[in-house]
Design a protein around this ligand. Structure first.
Ligand code: 5AD
Ligand code: SF4
Length: 450
């Protein structure tokens, strides 16, 4: 038994949902790495299967149960296999998960996964474990050093978590808890670790990242803008991004930083959700379509080439055709370079779930109409790039021989053929063509490489 404990064990970890879950999965990998677990790409030879889940829409949550059902055979062949559910479904449904799917051995919420080592001890003696309380201590204070086996040149770094906004459709304030910002020194230290491992671009994450207010070296709460300026002093860190922002926390200082900080990339994800003031009010978004449009104008006057992306919900309760038309009008007026759009999904426990629902057919029709407009805008934003020279950070080899793939400053994927540069190179690329989800280019010069 002792010898078996010493053997390396295998962890199969599958991640659903937002970038914050991607970050959490990396940290769980670090934690489990310290417990002797290496990663495997296949659930069949795993000693532990862990699903890091998303609860934002019903479909996302239901996927987890069908995925779990697939592990029945694997578990019947390996009684030592431990199956766990982490993330927001774990937080929202907790112990019910085990009742619905007895294959599950443990459930761990997004604020509790630093306790995985203690949980393992219980699991190893055959106990089932549920850890979904919001602990007083922050998980961030308990993370081990990042494992130094990264190959990525871009990374996510969570700086803020949770949300106090309580939009009436959203589960996040319940699953992730109240807004908490990490101290500046911790963020800077983690950014330095990442840069030391070859990372050149960091995306700062938070459910409401522009409300960041972490304690700084002077003991005061520092704004996101101040954090960005501090990070921009790190040599070797060339690009900074942040997501997701709420329009009401887009301060003048942050807008100016977009105009002045060279390392802050010209891309801003600023969800509006809807274009009708009636719906915005019922969503508790606390702004109007007009004030959002004025805000975009202000941001564009600070950084004219900035690419704006957004999130939209169609078919929110009581949305009628004229409300939906107001969303289309707003999209026409703003012009999005990229967007995510969703049918409203009623989430148990949120206020909007109690209101008059829009029929599924109407939702599907509106989604299709909105997406067709957004796709036209995305294509136009890509076509505008043709003939321009843009900096590209090369992130991986492409599927064709000699091809490399990277991202432009505007976060557009760029493919370059016959491209013999090391990963992590930032080089100017002339854009020569546009495809549905990417651009094609050629290296514009070899003088900027390295
Ligand atoms: N239904 C549909 N979309 C939702 N979102 C959040 N909650 C819901 C819901 N109940 C969308 C919002 C948010 C994005 C992350 O997911 O557009 O910005
Ligand atoms: Fe959800 Fe974002 Fe609204 Fe917070 S601000 S409740 S995370 S949609």
């Amino acid at each position: 038994m002792r010898d078996r404990m010493k053997e390396l064990k295998k962890l199969f970890l599958k991640t659903y949902g937002c970038q914050m879950n991607v970050y959490d999965s990396e940290r769980m990998t670090d934690i489990m790495g310290n417990q002797g677990y290496t990663m495997t790409d296949s659930p069949d030879d795993a000693d532990m299967i862990l699903l890091n889940t998303c609860h934002i829409r019903e479909k996302a949550a239901e996927k987890i149960y069908s995925e779990l059902g697939r592990y029945r055979d694997i578990k019947s062949k390996n009684s030592d296999l431990k199956i766990g559910v982490a993330g927001c479904v774990a937080q929202a449904e907790g112990v019910e998960i085990m009742a619905r799917q007895p294959l599950v051995d443990f459930v761990v919420g997004p604020q509790t996964y630093h306790r995985l080592p203690e949980m393992l001890e219980k699991l190893n003696v055959g106990e089932k474990v549920v850890a979904t309380e919001f602990p007083v201590e922050s998980k961030f204070a308990h993370f081990p050093k990042r494992l130094d086996d990264r190959t990525n040149v871009t990374a996510f770094l969570t700086v803020q978590e949770g949300c106090d906004k309580f939009c009436t459709f959203c589960v996040v304030p319940y699953t992730r808890g109240a807004e908490v910002s990490r101290p500046v020194t911790r963020v800077v230290q983690e950014a330095r670790e990442l840069v030391g491992q070859g990372v050149r671009e960091i995306t700062l994450l938070g459910q409401n990242v522009n409300a960041y207010n972490g304690p700084g070296s002077d003991g005061q709460g520092w704004s996101l803008a101040k954090l960005i300026w501090t990070l921009s002093e790190i040599d070797g860190l060339d690009r900074i991004r942040f997501t997701t922002s709420h329009p009401n926390d887009m301060s003048d200082e942050l807008i100016e930083t977009h105009g002045e900080c060279k390392k802050l990339m010209p891309y801003l994800h600023l969800p509006v959700q809807a274009g009708s003031d009636k719906i915005l009010k019922r969503m508790n978004r606390q702004y109007t379509a007009e004030s959002y449009i004025r805000l975009i104008e202000k941001i564009r006057s600070a950084r004219p080439d900035i690419l704006i992306s957004g999130d939209f919900i169609v078919g929110f309760p009581e949305e009628d055709e004229s409300d939906f038309q107001a969303t289309l009008d707003l999209v026409e007026e703003v012009g999005y370079g990229f967007a995510y759009s969703f049918k409203y999904s009623a989430r148990p426990g949120t206020p909007a779930a109690e209101r008059m629902q829009v029929s599924e057919d109407v939702k599907s029709d509106r989604l299709q109409r909105l997406q067709s407009l957004l796709t036209t805008q995305q294509k136009a934003a890509q076509s505008m790039m043709v003939g321009r020279v843009v900096d590209v950070l090369f992130e991986r080899a492409g599927s064709l021989a000699g091809q490399m793939v990277g991202k432009s400053d505007y976060l557009q994927a760029v493919h370059v053929a016959n491209c013999d540069v090391p990963l992590g190179t930032i080089a100017p690329v002339e854009i020569i063509d546009t495809h549905s989800h990417s651009l094609a280019g050629v290296l514009a010069s070899s003088s900027h490489q390295g």
